[in-house]
Design a binder for this molecule. Structure first.
Ligand code: ARG
Length: 590
């Protein structure tokens, strides 16, 4: 068992001995400042707090029941009740040797795998995917990869926006002003044009709006012609989505669009009405505050001119149509019935946080039993800003299309690669540029705390120095070149090297390697891929310090060389696995 897991288990046993009824699931350890040790746990302080115990006393009692002598030096109680653990050096070496033998890569499968539905990307039909979609798509994909690596069962579901009032205008446009040649050439641009033209006409002319509405009514009634056109629009959009997901290397288990839930929407609203959870208001139907929350935290209220007024979750419009909310309610119900997940996670823009608060509360009122057993989580994120401090746009002020952005990333990376390695054949430079360009964009998006806005900067994200994907990819390729060189001179097929740690840089690198699993667990717990980015960056920094101070191929003797080569190899493997978990590829040579 990995050392951090062993410490956690022993600690949980000791906590149970002192507090038999405690929920020990949150009794975990985390890496800590090397000044204090290798791992730290702050779990006792919160346990003491909820039970009104003296935290230092609780820590003392727990430590008296704790036996981690096989793994750690003496456990220290610090500050208000932290526990600090320092690994035994012998164990550090053993763990690295087991990894070098291929027994593990510093992470373990979750003992209790969870079923989790991950709702992410979810673009809308008949619109181009734009730069903003990189956020939900990239964060969602990194989360699905992390959770899968830890053995959780993930149902990724692309909740495509394939239904709604926009189809009235699109249908009208399709029937009256469609340019077939343009549709062949670039379907999404043509669909976008149809919508824009008709939308402007509807704004100016109520009669046009009526025409669009009647197209929508026909679609909603299942009329054959409109249904066929609508299906064609979806198919054309899906083609665009597939191309982009293919380039990004993102896969979904399911892609049940909004329209999939249509058959259930009427019944959802009827039930909410029948049970008094929703009521009619000005012809529409909505869910209103039940007064159970303080006004400031109640998403069903807004403050207008220092007065709290109702801000209901609308589930049926006055014309009888259903809302985004209605679909999302039916969707939760379907997901629970189909997959019985422990959690449903939505990776969606922070601007929709009000929607999700209302959704989760409404669902809890509708199905209280199910809601108790299922965690509904909104994983929100901030905006992408331009270097001018305004939302990121093209020079002419349009939203940046994702496909254009990916093209530009590859072109810029190609220039850099061609300058650095002009001798490589062009096809190879193109492939390296693809991996570096897309990696740079994805990584720049995953690196900041997801809730903060970040500034999109080509120069920063493509830099070979600093906390960037190219820097990590370069570190990987550099290690690979060490092995290519080694193979010219030595027999490097040494299956079970003895790991000898002597220099402080070797210890620092070794301990950091051990933290890979704990980092993955933190990403999975808090749904924050940026922890993994920072971990990998620090790994590359530790590696380069090690490589500067500890000769590898010129080590004093064969044993030292083997040990250091093993450290190089483990670093490369963790870098590769870590980047893969972020959805980023590597190349053997740059
Ligand atoms: N299509 C929506 C949009 O573009 C996002 C859907 C997110 N998922 C959900 N279940 N509401 O805003």
């Amino acid at each position: 068992m990995l050392p951090h897991k062993q410490i956690e288990l022993s600690l949980q046993t000791a906590v149970r001995a002192v507090l038999p009824d405690a929920d020990v699931a949150a009794v975990l350890v985390r890496p800590c400042d090397p000044k204090f040790g290798d791992y730290q746990s702050n779990a006792l302080m919160s346990l003491a707090k909820t039970r009104k115990l003296n935290p230092r006393q609780l820590a003392t009692d727990v430590v008296a029941n704790l036996d981690v002598s096989a793994v750690c030096e003496k456990v220290e109680i610090a500050g208000a009740g932290f526990l600090n653990f320092r690994l035994k050096n012998s164990l550090l070496g053993q763990t690295l040797e087991a990894a070098a033998r291929g027994e593990h890569l510093f992470f373990a499968k979750a003992a209790q795998p969870k079923t989790i539905v991950l709702d992410f990307s979810s673009p809308n039909v008949a619109k181009p995917m734009h730069v903003g979609h990189i956020r939900s798509t990239g964060i969602g994909d990194a989360l699905q990869r992390t959770l899968r690596l830890l053995n959780h069962r993930i149902i990724s579901d692309n909740h495509i926006g394939d239904w709604g009032t926009q189809f009235g205008k699109l249908l009208l446009g399709w029937k009256q002003i469609l340019n077939r040649a343009e549709l062949e050439r670039d379907a999404i641009t043509e669909l976008e044009r149809l919508y824009k033209v008709i939308n402007a006409e509807c704004d100016a002319n109520p009669a046009r709006l009526e025409e669009a509405k009647s197209e929508l009514v026909k679609l909603q009634a299942g009329e054959a012609e409109n249904t066929a056109i609508w299906k064609e629009m979806i198919a054309l959009s899906q083609k665009q989505f597939d191309t982009i997901y293919g380039r990004l290397g993102v896969r979904f288990e399911q892609a049940l669009g909004e329209s999939f839930y249509n058959p259930w929407l009427g019944e959802v609203v009827n039930e909410l009405l029948r049970r008094g959870i929703a009521r009619e208001s000005e012809g529409a139907v909505g869910v209103f505050s039940d007064g159970s929350l303080p006004q400031k935290e109640d998403p069903f209220l807004v403050n207008r001119d220092s007065e709290w007024v109702a801000d209901p979750a609308l589930v049926r419009k006055s014309d009888g149509g259903f809302n985004y909310m209605t679909t999302d309610l039916a969707t939760i119900d379907y997901r629970l019935k189909t997959w019985s997940p422990k959690e449903i996670v939505y990776v969606v823009d922070d601007r929709q946080s009000g929607h999700f608060k209302k959704l989760f509360l409404t669902f809890a009122r509708w199905k209280s039993e199910e809601a108790k057993n299922t965690k509904l989580v909104h994983v929100g994120f901030g905006k992408i800003m331009g270097e001018d401090g305004k939302p990121f746009k093209t020079r002419s002020g349009d939203t940046v299309k994702l496909s254009d952005l990916m093209d530009e990333a590859e072109e810029r990376a190609f220039k850099i690669v061609s300058e650095k390695s002009p001798a490589l054949p062009e096809t190879q430079r193109k492939e390296i540029a693809r991996v570096i360009g897309l990696g740079a964009v994805k990584y720049a998006d995953l690196l900041p705390n997801r809730q903060s806005d970040y500034v999109f900067s080509w120069d920063k994200m493509l830099a070979l120095q600093g906390n960037t994907a190219p820097y990590l990819q370069y570190a990987y390729a550099r290690i690979k070149s060490i092995f290519r060189k080694a193979a010219e001179t030595f027999n490097v097929q040494h299956s079970t090297p003895n790991i000898q740690l002597a220099a402080p840089e070797e210890f620092a690198l070794a301990k950091h390697l051990l933290n890979f699993g704990i980092t993955l667990e933190a990403v999975a717990d808090e749904l924050r891929p940026n922890y993994l980015c920072n971990y990998l960056f620090e790994l590359a920094v530790h590696f380069s310090r090690f490589f500067e101070s500890c000769p590898v191929l010129k080590a004093d003797d064969e044993a030292a060389r083997h040990s250091r080569l093993a450290l190089c190899d483990l670093t490369a493997r963790v870098l590769k696995q870590g980047l893969d978990t972020l959805g980023i590829e590597v190349v053997e040579q740059m």
